[in-house]
Design a protein around this ligand. Structure first.
Ligand SMILES: Nc1ncnc2c1ncn2[C@@H]1O[C@H](COP(=O)(O)OP(=O)(O)O)[C@@H](O)[C@H]1O
Ligand SMILES: CCCC(=O)OP(=O)(O)O
Length: 362
């Protein structure tokens, strides 16, 4: 496959499919030419039986937007998508190959919007005769053996997290302090619709709370629950298997209490005197802080920085409470929001510019 490079640098399309949105951006070198987020209503996505079936529909919307913006897709050097629930793998930039595309279609490890990223990138890249990549997918697994032990012989802990954003902010925090990611110890917490809290030891994410079902609850997930109570609820006859899974990831967390995933709405409720809202909003940062404390123990207290990121990091009510509880461990850096599109594009640029080797998915 030919490396297409324009006179003013490589041109990369980055695609970040979420449950209810598709974010994408076009970069020329490190300069962003176009950045958009398209929201998808429940109604709009209803015709698709499986999440992965949405790939052509979402890609067509992106191509339409590129045309409208006057961007000629034939000028692209590469396409990169958010990486989904793949086999466990090390962090880095991976070329999308037939095995990866097949694994995403099969969704053996679960359906998730991120599974669309590799397939959408591959579809377009194949049409244009350019390479497709993913970067730091949600299944990045850099655990040491001790982190895999669950405590039940039937089960092993699985690393599923917001690896892309957490690795990006961990790199940024290190760089801002004149250090390299692979020479520092950090704890990074992604506080979005889901929460992941992770330990980065000298460039490896050696443990993380799974954003699906471990650690703190979040806007739409319940996090860790009492095992006995959960088993009782599963077998109570009240809910189906699918409903229970949906409760754990989708309609759990804040949504289960208040029918909204928007922290700002719950904050308004609390401000208007709703005591339940105030209590639940106190419990969320309390649980995040407990997870950070646990991860500090993984590093035996040798923590250079704690980095807080994600949409909820814009909330002073939440972030100030986390900081108050964890700042005794290490200085706290707050990098609100996410730079996932940029992280995807830059991960590919490093490969195209020959600074890093693309990894092969097996
Ligand atoms: N300015 C803000 N203040 C408080 N909460 C916010 C703010 N901006 C976003 N959030 C909350 O962040 C959460 C979404 O975070 P985000 O990182 O965008 O999640 P994801 O990309 O995982 O859907 C929502 O609960 C949203 O209400
Ligand atoms: C599946 C792990 C990553 C994750 O939870 O992403 P979202 O918050 O985008 O669902």
């Amino acid at each position: 496959m030919q490396k297409k490079v324009q006179s003013d640098g490589f041109m990369v399309l980055a695609i970040n499919p979420g449950a209810t949105s598709t974010k994408f951006a076009v970069y020329r070198g490190e300069t962003v030419l176009l950045k958009q987020a398209m929201e998808h209503s429940v109604q709009e996505l209803k015709p698709f039986a499986q999440i992965i079936d949405q790939h052509r529909y979402r890609l067509a919307l992106i191509l339409q937007a590129l045309d409208q913006a006057g961007i000629d897709r034939r000028q692209l050097s590469a396409v990169v998508g958010r990486g989904g629930l793949l086999k466990p793998l090390l962090g880095g930039t991976y070329r999308v190959n037939a095995q990866m595309a097949a694994d995403m279609q099969l969704a053996a490890l679960g359906q998730h919007a991120s599974n669309l990223g590799a397939v959408m990138a591959d579809d377009l890249a194949a049409e244009l005769g350019i390479p497709a990549f993913i970067v730091d997918p949600v299944s990045v697994d850099e655990y040491e053996p001790v982190a895999r032990v669950s405590g039940l012989a039937d089960l092993e802990r699985v690393s599923l997290s917001h690896a892309l954003n957490m690795k990006a902010v961990a790199r940024k925090a290190a760089k801002d302090h004149g250090r390299r990611y692979d020479e520092v110890n950090l704890i990074a917490a992604h506080l979005g619709s889901g929460v992941s809290v992770s330990v980065h030891r000298r460039g490896r994410m050696v443990d993380t709370s799974s954003s699906r079902d471990e650690g703190a609850f979040s806007p739409d997930r319940c996090g860790s629950l009492s095992g006995f109570s959960l088993v009782d609820l599963c077998f109570s006859g009240k809910y189906t298997y699918q409903e229970m899974r949906q409760k754990m990831m989708g309609t759990g967390g804040l949504f289960s209490y208040f029918g909204t995933r928007d922290v700002r709405e719950v904050e308004k409720l609390a401000q208007s005197g709703n005591q339940k809202a105030a209590l639940v909003l106190e419990a969320l940062p309390y649980q995040v802080a407990k997870d950070i404390g646990a991860m500090a123990a993984v590093l035996a207290g040798q923590v250079d920085w704690i980095v807080l990121t994600g949409g909820m990091a814009y909330s002073h009510r939440i972030i100030d409470d986390v900081i108050r509880r964890v700042e005794f461990i290490a200085p706290v850096v707050v990098l609100p929001g996410e730079e996932e599109l940029e992280s995807l594009a830059f991960g590919v640029l490093r490969v195209l510019q020959g600074e890093e080797e693309a990894r092969e998915y097996l």
